[in-house]
Design a binder for this molecule. Structure first.
Ligand SMILES: *[C@@H]1O[C@H](CO)[C@@H](O)[C@H](O)[C@H]1NC(C)=O
Ligand SMILES: *[C@@H]1O[C@H](CO)[C@@H](O)[C@H](O)[C@H]1NC(C)=O
Length: 773
């Protein structure tokens, strides 16, 4: 029966309508976050077959048969094997039956070559990529109906028998034992169910690739007898439930892996769901690599991997998967590579004592600091990727505590100022990424840049070129994280060539700076490695900022200027700021350091307009300055202005409306702030995403400190959960009044009443202050 089906397979070209639901198979490739996961795609890991199932030129042509894209495989294969003119010098080890429109595995492995050797006895590498094993074959259905003697016309199939039908695709594997088969490629075969004992007669199989199928059910003994199986790829399997929603993969039993000696499992982009966490407890000490990236796994449980020796783990794209404190305890002595991109991670406390960790990729999270007590324990860490987090300037040794750290990426964070400590803290790195931070120009930022351009000039040939890749098991050749980062290094742009191209910067050797690193991401001229020149309120290239050793002090080191004016500053600060400040220090003892940084940043910012800082005699032109981000402009113009200006009789300064010609934007904002009695910040999630608005918030806080005013009103257009609040905002919310814009139309009159009240009381208070002074 099955052989008949094989012979007729070319007329059974049934269109592939399985599980489609209008979604295409390649959905994950359109996903912008769908970059490759740590374990890589099959064709990253081996060299014998390409992405379309054809054998590659690396394969010995005398030991290979490539039948890909051919119709009626069984017959042509027989001809091919017998019709060869000269006997093949070698037995056949490689075979491709890719995209032959097969609806089940053909029983061709008993065919003999012209030495009389069975394919089943010599094949080591077999691909069946791109066939269609998922259809409910009418032959099989008929066969089933015939079997049912009692009620032959009943054709509706129950779930269980449907499942049984869906596993018959693999019958061809059972005809002959395939004792030599080492790798089997079943990508894109529309497989839906893995039945018991499917691969039972392949005792030597080491790698099994089942990615890009529709597998939704795996029976208890699906992998029975696979004593040699090391790598199992179940990535990119889609399954849909009756309603057309993506469904979780179902394992009949949690022990499905427990009789194997698996080393590596890939579930990337396959929906596992939390109830399947139990399957990992069946893994043993052989187990080293796991990708769960984008697998909807939910939170891990304590000790999930305790029975394994996990070295390489990818949990990216699963919200909160490792957010429970201490959730990775148990593997801290084995884990070497962790990818946890986009998992809503808020801090790094959980990585304490991960002494073997070499690569830590934590991009797209909510981390704002690397605690020194954790950094100290990461003795082996070579690569730390913190792109797209909330990292702020830091004030004491952090990255220098990790003796082996070579690559640090801090792209798109909230770092505003490069301090002397930071400059010293990163000296020993080999590669640094800092683009996309809203830097304020100072000489340390320039020196940081200078180190990198010096090194471009110096170390051209002998410089550290990249990481050694994992050579431990060259035969298994797993994709390694080092490979990913070596690619980043390979693709980086050299500062000097970039400068030459543009004839823009004159890179010269500067003996007064020292450090080992190159910039990883000096690529896009328009936005990166520029800084805000506060005295002019515009951004300039870092190489146009004077170095700390340059004689020109006018534009030079801000910090030195601060030191010079420190005495004066201190006197100014002492009575009004220092006492409340000490009180704050007491209240927020834990975050004292943050306060120090804020104060210092404020001090740096105070050099803006330092010559005309307002004193008590200032006559305010406006009652309130409103700071908002562009996206909330409509709300300000439509709602706020009409209510506040008309109803409350309050004059509002909007930097865009009350613009003074001839001043830069920043100067306009500062001047607007200084000419207004109160400052009102309109805060929304979008406001917090905008670097510029964040900067305005820093600025507002600083102006308040400097001009000794209390008059800040916070308006929250939506609730901002604590995890989204930058510290500046958090403290402002603790210490100042804030009003939340209600979503309910009916509650808005209360909002306006509160707004009016606080505007009027502030106005009265500050007029009194002025008149008293
Ligand atoms: C035969 O059909 C009857 C009625 O549909 C069903 O209950 C029974 O399980 C079937 N038997 C087999 C062997 O499929
Ligand atoms: C880390 O190791 C130190 C010393 O071995 C130990 O005292 C500390 O409790 C450990 N911390 C964690 C979080 O495991």
């Amino acid at each position: 029966m099955i052989i008949r089906a094989v012979l007729y397979c070319h007329i059974l070209l049934i269109s592939t309508a399985v599980g489609g639901n209008g979604k295409t198979r390649k959905d994950w490739q359109d996903d912008p976050k769908g970059a490759r996961c740590l374990t890589g795609y099959m064709t990253d890991l081996q060299s014998w077959v390409d992405e379309n199932g054809q054998l590659t030129p690396y394969v010995d042509i005398n030991a290979a048969i490539d039948m890909s894209n051919r119709p009626s495989v069984a017959r042509t294969l027989e001809q091919e094997l017998s019709g060869l003119k000269s006997p093949r010098p070698q037995h056949i080890r490689y075979m491709s039956l890719a995209r032959c429109s097969l609806t089940r595995v053909p029983s061709v492995f008993q065919l003999k070559d012209n030495h009389g050797r069975r394919l089943a006895d010599t094949l080591e590498f077999l691909t069946l990529y791109g066939n269609n094993f998922g259809i409910l074959d009418p032959y099989i259905e008929m066969y089933d109906a015939e079997l049912n003697a009692t009620d032959a016309q009943e054709l509706s199939v129950s779930d269980q028998s449907r499942r049984r039908i869906l596993t018959t695709w693999s019958a061809g594997f059972h005809m002959h034992p395939m004792r030599t088969l080492k790798e089997l490629d079943l990508r894109e075969c529309s497989i839906q169910v893995l039945g018991d004992y499917t691969f039972q007669r392949m005792p030597e199989l080491r790698k099994l690739y089942l990615s890009e199928n529709y597998i939704h059910f795996i029976e208890s003994y699906a992998f029975d007898s696979m004593k040699s199986l090391k790598h199992l790829d179940l990535s990119k399997n889609y399954a849909y439930d009756e309603n057309g929603n993506l469904a979780d993969l179902v394992f009949e039993s949690n022990n499905v892996f427990s009789y194997l000696k698996l080393e590596s499992l890939d579930f990337s982009f396959t929906r596992l769901g939390q109830r399947n966490l139990g399957i990992f407890t069946g893994l043993d000490k052989h187990f080293k690599r796991l990708s769960l990236c984008y697998s909807a796994i939910g939170r891990l449980r304590n000790g999930t991997f305790n029975s394994t020796s996990l070295k390489v783990l990818d949990v990216s794209g699963n919200a909160d998967v490792i957010c429970t404190p201490g959730i990775l305890r148990g593997i801290e002595k084995t884990l070497e590579v962790l990818y946890a991109d986009n998992v809503s991670l808020k801090n790094m406390e959980g990585f304490m004592n991960f002494t073997h960790l070499k690569i830590l990729k934590l991009s797209n999270n909510e981390i704002n600091t690397v605690p020194a007590n954790v950094a100290k324990t990461l003795a082996d860490l070579q690569i730390l990727d913190l792109d797209n987090n909330r990292m702020m300037s830091w004030s004491n040794s952090t990255f220098s505590l990790m003796p082996k750290l070579k690559l640090l990426s801090l792209k798109n964070n909230n770092i505003n100022i490069i301090s002397r400590e930071m400059y010293n803290d990163i000296k020993q790195l080999s590669f640094l990424g800092l683009s996309g931070n809203f830097l304020v120009c100072n000489c340390h930022a320039r020196d940081m840049f200078e180190v990198a351009s010096n090194n471009e000039l110096l170390f051209n040939s002998t410089y550290f070129k990249g990481f050694g890749e994992d050579t431990e098991e060259p035969k298994l050749a797993f994709h390694s994280g080092f490979k990913d980062f070596n690619n980043v290094i390979r693709e980086r742009r050299n500062i000097t060539t970039f400068c030459e191209e543009r004839e823009a910067c004159d890179v010269e050797f500067n003996h007064n700076v020292s450090g080992n690193y190159l910039l990883l991401d000096y690529a896009d001229y328009s936005s990166q490695y520029r800084c805000l020149q506060v005295s002019e309120g515009k951004s300039i290239d870092l190489y146009n900022v004077p170095s700390c050793t340059a004689s020109n002090k006018d534009m030079g080191s801000m910090e030195e200027q601060i030191l010079e004016s420190w005495d004066k500053y201190l006197l100014l600060l002492l009575p009004t700021i220092l006492l409340p400040f000490l009180l704050c220090v007491y209240v927020f003892r834990k975050n004292f350091k943050y306060f120090l940084i804020t104060i210092r940043n404020s001090a740096t910012l105070s050099l803006i307009n330092k010559n005309d800082s307002s004193d008590d005699g200032t006559i305010f032109h406006y009652d309130v300055f409103v700071s908002y981000c562009n996206e909330d402009r409509e709300w300000v113009l439509d709602n706020l202005l009409s209510h506040v200006e008309k109803d409350c009789n309050v004059s509002v300064c909007l930097h865009e409306r009350d613009f003074q010609v001839g001043l830069s934007i920043l100067e306009n904002i500062v001047s607007c702030m200084d000419r207004s009695r109160m400052i009102m910040l309109i805060i929304s999630k979008r406001f917090l995403l905008s670097q510029w608005c964040q900067f305005e918030m820093h600025l507002a806080q600083h102006r308040l400190l400097e001009t000794r005013r209390e008059d800040l009103i916070l308006v929250l257009l939506e609730e901002i959960p604590r995890r989204l609040r930058p510290n500046t905002l958090h403290y402002l919310m603790l210490t100042k009044t804030y009003i939340v814009w209600p979503q309910e139309e009916s509650e808005r009159s209360i909002f306006w009443r509160r707004m009016k009240k606080s505007l009027v009381t502030h106005k009265l208070k500050s007029t009194e202050n002025v008149s008293l002074a």
